[in-house]
Ligand binder design. Structure first.
Ligand SMILES: Nc1ncnc2c1ncn2[C@@H]1O[C@H](COP(=O)(O)OP(=O)(O)O)[C@@H](O)[C@H]1O
Ligand SMILES: [Mg+2]
Length: 341
């Protein structure tokens, strides 16, 4: 495809863009005996229909709490959830439990990291899939079962009728993860939030589930928030990537640009360690130190104690989001004016 036809295609697409979720200045704080844990701190982003947004960052940077906040699964109080989460015109913050139940599972569904914890060991998976259908869809039981079997077949679960009657403990972790993906799909939700859907699986099964996620991205026309600590998994799946660090989004970019032209020193560190890393793990050998605890955040830029390019200003002032290129965002003082290279 020529560059110009690509542009035209993009132009056409942008006319049809429908903003489905807008998160503004989201703060989710927990009061703990050790102090206030600022798990998510003034996070803003949006999601358009049909796109896959990846949230990437090391463990503990606030990815899951962001997801749980969108789903209304953070209890507030005692936690503090502030800001704005607008889903197709409805403000989710402060929404009552009954209204939330109509949205959660039906319009926004979630795939969790630990498939075992999402299922009740006492019931067959078919029964549990049926419960989701009964709670949200207008189908009678025969139709619900037929649709569930279709969904299982659509995501390549062999012998779906047999699987339907099995108990969770009769299945491998990989199979159960697929069943959870099916569970998230039954209601044809507007948004699927997949929180590290492959992390708990062994490597070969990870690849299979990731392929399935890619297929979903192609065939399913809803939107997805794909959460991962592993930049390696986002390249194939995501349209845009947001990099999180210590409760903040530090960089926003279309996926190709993030890999080709990272702007934030943290993103660069993530990419470098991914390339040079010869072992599996979450640590970043090419960025010294660890993510600060959410109740012991440093002054200024939260990344400055680990940043090879930290300046005086970075130690005292928190950087706002700068936009040095179209469709890009970077919270780093290097980009305050001109080129941060
Ligand atoms: N219920 C809670 N109470 C107190 N602190 C929490 C709670 N849930 C998460 N946290 C803290 O919030 C921070 C972000 O957690 P999380 O979103 O789970 O990180 P991630 O998913 O990126 O690994 C961590 O420091 C974690 O310890
Ligand atoms: Mg998490």
């Amino acid at each position: 495809m020529s560059a110009s036809s690509k542009l035209i295609e993009r132009g056409e697409r942008s006319e049809r863009v429908e903003r489905i979720l807008t998160v503004e200045n989201l703060k989710t704080y927990f009061r703990t005996p050790e102090g206030l844990v600022k798990a998510v701190d003034e996070v803003s982003f949006h999601l358009d229909r049909g796109e896959v947004l990846a949230l990437v960052g090391e463990s503990g940077c606030g990815k899951s709490v962001t997801a749980l906040s969108i789903l209304g699964l953070v209890k507030s109080p005692p936690a503090l959830v502030e800001g704005s989460i607008e889903f197709r015109g409805t403000q989710l913050i402060g929404l009552g439990p009954k209204e939330y139940r109509e949205i959660r599972g039906r319009q926004i569904s979630m795939i969790f990291q630990e498939p075992m914890s999402a299922f009740d060991p006492l019931y067959t998976v078919g029964y549990q899939l049926m419960e989701v259908a009964r709670a949200h869809m207008p189908w009678d039981d025969a139709e619900a079962k037929a649709r569930i079997i279709d969904t299982l077949r659509a995501i390549h679960i062999p012998d779906p009728e047999k699987r339907y009657s099995e108990y969770p403990h009769e299945m491998s972790g990989g199979m159960l993860q697929r069943i959870m993906i099916a569970m998230a799909l039954i209601t044809s939700p507007e948004i699927i939030i997949a929180d590290e859907p492959t992390t708990a699986l062994d490597v070969t099964i990870q690849a299979q589930v990731l392929n399935l996620m890619q297929e979903l991205q192609r065939d399913y026309h809803g939107s997805m928030i794909f959460i991962t600590h592993d930049l390696g998994t986002v390249a194939e799946v995501a349209d845009r990537v947001h990099v999180m660090y210590a409760g903040k989004i530090v960089e926003k970019a279309p996926v190709v640009e993030l890999f080709e032209d990272p702007l934030h020193p943290y993103t660069l560190g993530l990419l470098t360690s991914r390339v040079k890393r010869e072992y599996k793990g979450e640590s970043l050998p090419f960025i010294e130190g660890n993510v600060p605890r959410a109740d012991e955040l440093p002054e200024g830029c939260r990344f400055h104690p680990r940043c090879p390019r930290a300046m005086d200003k970075c130690r005292t002032l928190e950087p706002p989001e700068f936009s040095p290129r179209p469709n890009r965002g970077v919270a780093c003082w290097l980009w305050e004016e001109g080129d941060g290279r």
